[in-house]
Design a protein around this ligand. Structure first.
Ligand SMILES: Cc1cc2nc3c(=O)[nH]c(=O)nc-3n(C[C@H](O)[C@H](O)[C@H](O)COP(=O)(O)OP(=O)(O)OC[C@H]3O[C@@H](n4cnc5c(N)ncnc54)[C@H](O)[C@@H]3O)c2cc1C
Length: 524
């Protein structure tokens, strides 16, 4: 990303911010909420389809979502970049297999510029309420920057977007610095400080090794030990980048190879968990290699089957835990008092800073509270009462003309979310084309279709390692249902979402008057 293009982006962003706030709602054909990989990808697709009548509302000051917000030291993807990127925008210049956050963020910014969708964004603007208006057959959308109506609403608000903070007695009274890994405080200088790191998930195992040389001491608070596999990371040579630039087919082939290598994991996750035993042996070797002390090795060895929670990758986590100024605390936190953390065993540790790396609200995200369906009830409320569910992860009965780009049960434990995102973008594009072609004013997935889809999905979920692996994870909701992950191969999902299946929906055509919404079901 050049400085000039950054300046251009900033100017355009400012222009978008300065868009006049309409007193009467401004109408758009499609309103996309969020501009991470999903919302941005959707905007690019709509532009490529020749659509102009859409807008992206983003509460942040620029595109990027996850990669704009997670700026902690060591932040990087854990799916190789050649796969963790848009299929239509391969990047021959990734510096290494698992690119660091600034590179991914820069890639997203450049993609937004290249496909000229920055002007379609309204940044620094939050959707505070989106309510379906049955009489007018539109979404009425309230934002911090004005009112809109939209024929179609696209929810691209991200599953790992709302930081989850631990409920620890006294944490709000802590005298030092405290912040979540997804809201890193870059003004806080950790040099020579006594630091506590709460959590041992995907972010924590990147943060810890990245700051360990800088701090005076690091206390790592572990609730459950993760399985950590070796990270096969390397930098790409100039020659490789050149080869990918000159012969794009080579990069496509590399991407395909990564895709199918990752897809093989599904056999273990979703069909034959015993296949994962080999991975568990490798993970145990990783522990033995990194930690000489037997007692510490025992503390970091999980008592559940590998794959049940997300498999993490790191070559530096275990060696870090073995360092003299690092302590692994497994007794849980009782209370924070003054500048001390009191563990459940009564031990007291003084700290200057607390880094909270406890993940996100996933199955209980407050992000859905602002979406109100035809019965006047919020999606957040419905999903809290009944558990999150949608048809193909995209549409929800009672919420007409709403499509998600990666809703419930579209997450992955093994491969690139961008693949799932692009599958849903195909579905969205197909739905909009179908609306134009058939003259559709309103579509709503049929309740029975949604129920059947989720019944089958949850039946498939029963055989997976995520349900049978002996762990509690953020994949599961309060009732123990996995409403997060897709329980099969990703190419199956791609096939299911290849085109809009109108037969699954109640459909009203444009010439149906708003007074008699006798829904006319039309075939696919
Ligand atoms: C640290 C970290 C590392 C990860 N690494 C990988 C990886 O290696 N591979 C992988 O496949 N996945 C990874 N993920 C998952 C990652 O979240 C997805 O891959 C992907 O980036 C999600 O994109 P998204 O657009 O769906 O959501 P997000 O990137 O979360 O974007 C959602 C956007 O919606 C905006 N928004 C939400 N609510 C509103 C509102 N009411 N009004 C306006 N705007 C709103 C948010 O500000 C945000 O910009 C990682 C996640 C994290 C947190």
């Amino acid at each position: 990303m050049t400085q000039a293009s950054t300046r251009r982006l900033t100017r355009r962003t400012a222009a978008a911010k300065a868009a006049p706030v309409a007193e009467t709602p401004r109408h758009v054909g499609t309103l996309i909420i969020g501009s991470g990989f999903a919302g941005l990808g959707a905007a690019i697709r709509l532009a490529k389809d020749g659509r102009e009548d859409f807008i992206v509302i983003e509460r942040g000051s620029e595109v990027g979502g996850t990669w704009r917000d997670n700026t902690y030291p060591g932040a990087a993807c854990d799916v190789p970049s050649h796969l963790y990127s848009y299929s239509f925008e391969l990047n021959p210049n990734w510096s290494r297999s698992f690119s660091p956050q600034p590179e991914i963020q820069s890639y997203l910014r450049q993609s937004a510029e290249k496909y000229d969708v920055i002007d379609k964004h309204l940044f620094n603007t939050e959707v505070t309420r989106a309510e379906w208006d049955e009489a007018a057959t539109v979404w009425r959308v309230e934002t911090t920057n004005g009112l809109f109506t939209a024929t179609v609403l696209v929810g691209a608000i991200g599953a790992l977007c709302e930081p989850s903070l631990p409920e620890i007695k006294g944490i709000e009274t802590f005298e030092g610095e405290t912040f979540h890994s997804a809201r890193w405080n870059h003004d806080a200088d950790l040099t020579g400080k006594r630091v506590a790191l709460i959590g041992t998930g995907a972010s924590a195992i990147q943060v810890g090794p990245a700051i360990v040389d800088q701090v005076a001491s690091l206390d790592v608070y572990q609730r459950t030990a993760p399985w950590v596999m070796p990270r096969h990371d390397r930098s790409y040579s100039k020659l490789e980048s050149l080869a990918y630039q000159r012969v794009p087919f080579l990069q496509r082939a590399a991407r395909e190879a990564i895709y199918w290598g990752r897809e093989a994991y599904v056999l273990g996750f979703a069909f034959q968990p015993q296949i994962l035993q080999a991975a568990q042996v490798m993970a145990k070797r990783n522990i033995a290699k990194g930690i000489p002390d037997k007692a510490l090795r025992e503390k970091v060895t999980p008592d559940w089957q590998i794959g049940c929670k997300r498999i993490l990758i790191s070559n530096t986590w275990y060696p870090m835990l073995a360092r003299d100024h690092v302590e692994l605390v497994t007794d849980g936190i009782e209370e924070i008092r003054g500048n001390t953390i009191i563990a459940k065993d009564g031990s007291v540790r003084e700290v200057d800073a607390i880094i909270v790396a406890t993940g996100f609200h996933v199955t209980d995200s407050p992000g859905y509270d602002c979406i109100i369906g035809k019965d006047g009830v919020s999606l957040g409320q419905i999903w809290r009462d009944k558990g999150q569910q949608a048809y193909k992860g995209a549409s929800v009965a009672g919420f007409p003309n709403l499509l998600f780009v990666v809703g419930p049960n579209t997450g992955l434990g093994h491969s690139s979310m961008v693949y799932m995102i692009e599958s849903h973008i195909n579905y969205l594009s197909s739905a909009l084309n179908y609306m134009d072609r058939a003259g559709v004013a309103r579509f709503e997935v049929r309740e029975d279709v949604q129920q059947k889809f989720n019944k089958d999905l949850q039946a498939n979920m029963k055989r997976t390692i995520w349900t049978n692996g002996g762990c509690a994870s953020w994949y599961l909701d309060a009732s123990g249902n996995n409403t997060t992950l897709w329980p099969s191969f990703t190419f199956v999902f791609r096939h299911l979402t290849r085109s809009f299946d109108a037969a699954a929906y109640d459909i009203a055509l444009t010439n149906t008057t708003s007074a008699d919404h006798g829904l006319v079901a039309v075939g696919a």
